[in-house]
Design a protein around this ligand. Sequence first.
Ligand code: HEC
Length: 421
Amino acid sequence: MRSFAPVLALLCLVGCNTSPTYHQDIRPIIEGRCANCHKTGGVAPFVLDSYAAAKTMGPAIADSTQKGRMPPWLATGNDVGGYLRDPSLTAEQKDLIKKWVEGGMPEGDAKKPGAALPDLGGGLAKVDLTLKMPEAYVPQVLPDDYRCFVLRWPMTTPTYVTGVNGVPGNAKIVHHVALYLVDGEAAQYPPMWDAEDATPGYQCFGGPFGSRPQQFPVKLLTAWLPGYQGQTFPRGGGVLIPPGSTVVLQMHYSSLEAAPTADQTAMEFSLSPTVTKQLAYQPFLKFDWVAGQMEIPPNKNEVIHEHRADPRPNFGLLGSPLNTTNGFTLEAVMFHMHTLGTRGELWLHKADKSKKKILEIPRWDFHWQQEYQLAEPVRFEPGDELRVKCVFDNSKAVSKLTNWGENSDEEMCVANILSSE
Ligand code: HEC
């Protein structure tokens, strides 16, 4: 046996003592991809700011990263060059965490921390306008309260929004935020609904109009998740806000991790009088669904609704300000289903019969909706088609026949496409 010892020692120099350590391998991942939320006062329920904290949570961290629950980013790769600011961990990074936990979570040398991960960027280059909820609000509906607040748009000339960021008043309970542009005739309604309700804001779930009789095309401005830095719209684009518009802030409060206490969230905007291209969210969906033909029968764990078409005729009907006669460019996508949704896909079918995956969400989670900006703009040419696919699981304990609707016990299937001409 003795004769093997030097050989083993030599091999070990390169191979045996390879358990990753906290300071060299794990800390850069946590600081670069987790600490923005898992920090004191952050949105996550525990902090990951030290070796001790990471060690305590080690097995949970390995499990949630292996299964892709953390960091919360639902999209997996597409066929068009990926997404901007994609924080998901690489297979190697996930593997390092797993090996570190299996190796007993050694600390390593605090004086020689591993190199920081590349910064994902993001954030707003400048803040030109901040609009705050007019009053503080304490969530009344537990554990999930969906509430809309009216932000009067103060600009008196047509102005482009080129980036949006949220500043949560109470990060412990703000789960996600959607911002809607309500312009034209519709702009008068949200302030009325707000006034009818004695507490600040008004109840809403699916969008700024909820299931009220006044139905206008819903114009999404952006969606924002606490913990993520604000988004600047891609490639110098901006969304035009006409004077007199109402901006509706839809707050989703969750009291699962913290008691419901007052919140007064603000939104920051980057503005510009001119942009390289005008952007607008154009919803792609099937009109028959909205008319009640999206049945999701009870006790079925895989109900698929799919729609393939040239979306352009419907964009106009849904209030798009863009002229798409010669096609359009897909810049970002936001998928929308409610809580029965399990999977979502958006595909581009080219006229030459080839197809490209634009967005895939293999494990839909209503609580982590966000905008996925495409790293490369994708052109939709006349003759092409888009296909949206939604999969629903209606096998839960209280399962009932479900259909399209704005309410939380109804469903939707929409690919909101941030587009330019
Ligand atoms: C955008 C904010 C955000 C980021 C980034 C984030 N987390 Fe979380 N994390 C949360 C929130 C909020 C929860 C509470 C559960 C929930 O709301 O889904 C949570 C829960 C967890 C949990 C317990 C629940 C579970 O799913 O396992 C673990 C473990 C965890 N995070 C680890 C991580 C790690 C490791 C990273 C980085 C690789 C990370 N998180 C990045 C916000 C975040």
